[in-house]
Design a protein around this ligand. Structure first.
Ligand code: GDP
Ligand code: IMO
Ligand code: MG
Length: 423
């Protein structure tokens, strides 16, 4: 069955948006299955830059239907503004499909995200403060409001009244905040419901029928493997499953429909927010990655922490996602370096780790064991044929392939759609 999962293998911002945009030219559907507007996916087409946080990146390719499936948490205001932004810029999002089962991010989720982070002080997660964690918390506590609830004003009001009574107690008594009033929230969200009505549907059924008709489905992961709630660097993670399994639970399809799992890996590494990062650099090399790679958050504008590629982590991503191939991005950024380091193992308290350590304590205290390979120090950003890459760049790619045991089928050398080597 022609369904392909595209997901992040690191801590996010690997370039999933541009990967999905590339693959969506052959896809009938591009499906977001988890996360919310904590995602920031960038696509650059002939100098024009699109930053999307809710609408799947496949929307830019004509003929690809963007789908927001049940596992996503939706901030309706953000979704509507993205629909309007796309329309204004000449991209037609009218075919968008939104799952009636998706959960809604409410104003108290955003508020709680902010006050809980403040409460954590130095132990904060560094969330995007979009209300993602609190929205998923309510979903699992069975207190969430779903898109479908917005279409029954009585049910919506009853549910909101119940949940808001509790949230207001938490906001006022625990966090010393002002309570929120139900009236304005009801009014605001009922207006959103009206705007979103044309898009709302049963997306699981839609995709099932599409696959039965031989259509191609592309799943677009947000966040990444190491930010996964179950398999990431907990608690410094997001509140959903960006790993391959999440594509199935989040969209309501079974595993047999998947034939490819493409992992997106940046040629070096970045992380926003707090948490362990063994290959992080605090020197001029890290600075170069930030500057040359433009490593500032799409959503929050925050400076991303940067470091060398970590093959221990990448092999872990291969394992937990059953990756079938890898799309390597931002190789051009490494053109600056005389030599390039790659972590192949960690050491911690006298022990060597080839596998990603189970314990957070180990990960915090480990030192990377590096291999050093020669750089190429020449501009590769116009190269589209693998054989035209400098031999050092080819060796770097082949070295990674050899170490992870999965083929690298694409290498991007610039943010533009055309700056791509397909092998
Ligand atoms: P995502 O969240 O995984 O979709 O990634 P982001 O869009 O947040 O971050 C990736 C950034 O790198 C964006 O600004 C892209 O335009 C840019 N980008 C993607 N591929 C390349 C590449 O091959 N080279 C360079 N220099 N930039 C790239
Ligand atoms: P894309 O899809 C990078 C990080 C936040 C924080 C942690 C939890 O663009 O790759 P959250 O707001 O989700 O509760 O924050 O996860 N984070 C991301 N980092 N890229 C993202 O998305 C991210 N989404 C969340 O910085 O450390
Ligand atoms: Mg991003």
């Amino acid at each position: 069955m022609p369904a392909t999962i595209v997901l992040g293998t690191q801590w996010g911002d690997e370039g999933k948006g541009r990967v999905v945009d590339h693959l969506a030219k052959d896809a009938d559907f591009a499906v977001r299955f988890q996360g919310g507007n904590n995602a920031g996916h960038t696509i650059v087409v002939e100098g024009e830059r699109f930053a999307l946080s809710m609408v799947p990146s496949g929307v830019i390719q004509p003929g690809c239907v963007p789908v927001i499936a049940s596992g996503v948490v939706v901030d309706p205001k953000v979704l509507i503004s993205e629909i309007d932004m796309l329309t204004e810029r000449g991209v037609d999002p009218s075919e968008l499909k939104l799952s009636a089962n998706a959960h809604v991010i409410m104003p108290y989720h955003r508020k709680l995200d902010a006050v809980m982070e403040r409460h954590l002080g130095v132990n904060n997660i560094g969330t995007t403060r979009k209300g993602i964690g609190p929205a998923y918390t309510d979903k699992y506590a069975r207190q969430g409001i779903r898109i479908q609830d917005l279409y029954d004003p009585k049910i919506f009001e009853d549910k909101l009244e119940l949940v808001l009574t509790e949230k207001n107690k938490i906001l006022t008594r625990v966090y010393n905040q002002l309570p929120m009033e139900i009236g304005p929230i009801l009014e605001e969200y009922l207006a959103y419901a009206e705007r979103l009505a044309p898009y709302t549907t049963d997306t699981s059924l839609l995709l099932f029928q599409g696959l039965a008709e031989g259509k191609m489905v592309l799943f677009e992961g947000a966040q990444a493997t190491l930010l996964d709630i179950d398999h990431g660097t907990y608690p410094f993670v997001t509140s959903s499953n960006p790993t391959a399994g999440g594509a199935l639970t989040g969209s309501g399809l079974g595993p047999k429909v998947i034939d490819k799992v493409i992992g997106v890996a940046k040629a070096y590494l970045s992380r926003v927010g707090t948490g362990p990062f063994p290959t992080e650099l605090h020197d001029a090399a890290g600075e170069t990655m930030v500057e040359v790679g433009g490593e500032f958050g799409t959503v929050t504008g925050r400076r991303r922490r940067c470091g060398w590629l970590d093959l221990v982590a990448l092999r872990y991503a291969v394992r937990v996602n059953s990756l079938t191939e890898v799309f390597l991005t931002k190789l051009d950024v490494l053109s600056e370096f005389e030599t390039i380091k790659v972590a192949n193992a960690y050491t911690s308290l006298g022990e060597t780790y080839d596998e990603f350590p189970r314990q957070q304590r180990v990960l915090y205290n480990c030192a990377p064991v590096y291999d050093e390979v020669p750089g190429w120090q020449t501009d590769i950003s116009a190269i589209t044929d693998f054989n035209d890459l400098p031999k050092e760049a080819r060796r770097y790619i082949e070295y990674i392939e050899h170490r992870i045991g999965v083929p690298i089928k694409w290498v991007s050398v610039g943010a533009e759609r055309s700056q791509l080597v397909v092998r």
